[in-house]
Design a protein around this ligand. Structure first.
Ligand SMILES: O=C(O)c1cc(=O)[nH]c(=O)n1[C@@H]1O[C@H](COP(=O)(O)O)[C@@H](O)[C@H]1O
Length: 277
């Protein structure tokens, strides 16, 4: 039986440092790496990322869209990437941002979190905008299988604020999501399976995160302009469970394996130095 996701994530971060690297094979990156825009090029990109980073970095986050763009051959590459990265010791957070009615979410949960599913990862990103309760099938399966989920709360893109900072009753929409996640994680040690996504670029959030007993993914470092100083502006002193995430800023150092690995390790060490966990 696998240990709970919260325990596996805290162990991975304590052994490997606090960084998630996104595997986002943008067409422009494939071209920069001298690879063709084909499933074979995608495979080479994915396996180079595994070789360079899966043995050293705590969490790799493949972005499903870039694989789906190649149809079934691309999804097959994603399956092999997930398996190879996990085999090399990284946790895999599959970035798919799914959100649907509860009965359909149960099917997504099976696809991404069930034992033996070809796309099963360690955790998945989900959108709560069909109502937080619609995510319950994902939370239940995550708990059963020692996996996790990251719920979009305050996203790094500028368009997110109009919805997420809107006030509903006494609280912002984002705060209601934080509070729902906190309720699901209550009493779990060291961390519950329900993480949040709060972008590194969002500035002051006004969020009360004190009851959130879960991880926080903070994407937006690098290519979207987020800096290490911004993380402190967003999260204050309380960065213990924050997992900063960067994709293009690291990936642009490929395709040489050693150079790519060096860039990832430098990014990780810079985060660890600026924000000791
Ligand atoms: O869930 C995410 O990972 C995510 C949430 C968010 O608020 N902002 C955000 O950029 N992301 C993802 O994080 C990655 C950011 O990539 P870079 O901008 O290249 O570092 C992309 O795969 C985005 O889809």
């Amino acid at each position: 039986m696998r240990a709970p996701f919260g325990a596996r994530l805290t162990t991975a971060v304590s052994l490997r440092g606090p960084l998630c690297v996104g595997v986002d094979p943008h067409p422009a990156l494939l071209a920069d790496w001298g690879l063709p825009a084909t499933a074979a090029g995608l495979e080479r990109f994915a396996m180079t990322c595994v070789e360079a980073m899966a043995g050293e970095i705590a969490v790799l986050k493949p972005q499903s869209a870039f694989f789906e763009a190649y149809g079934s051959a691309g999804v097959a590459v994603l399956e092999r990437l997930i398996a190879a990265a996990r085999q090399a010791g990284a946790l895999v957070l599959l970035d798919v941002k799914r959100g649907d009615i509860g009965s359909t979410m149960a099917a997504y949960a099976q696809a991404y979190l069930a034992e033996g599913s070809p796309l099963a990862a360690d955790a998945v990103t989900v959108s709560p905008y069909l109502g937080f309760g619609s995510l319950d099938p994902v939370i239940e399966l995550a708990q059963q299988t020692g996996r996790g989920l990251f719920v979009l709360a305050m996203t790094s893109n500028p368009e997110g604020a109009a919805v997420q900072r809107a006030v509903s009753g006494e609280r912002t929409v984002a705060q209601t999501i934080v509070d729902e996640a906190a309720a699901r994680n209550a009493g779990r040690s060291p961390l519950g399976p329900v993480g949040l996504v709060i972008g590194a670029t969002v500035g002051r959030t006004g969020l009360d995160l004190s009851a959130h007993n879960g991880a926080i993914l903070a994407p937006g470092l690098g290519a979207q302009g987020g800096t290490l100083a911004d993380l402190r502006a967003v999260f204050g002193e309380n960065l213990r469970f924050v997992l900063p995430s960067s994709s293009r800023e690291v990936l642009r150092h490929g395709p040489d394996v050693a150079t790519l690995r060096g860039a990832a390790l430098r990014a990780r060490d810079a985060v660890a130095l600026a924000h000791p966990h």
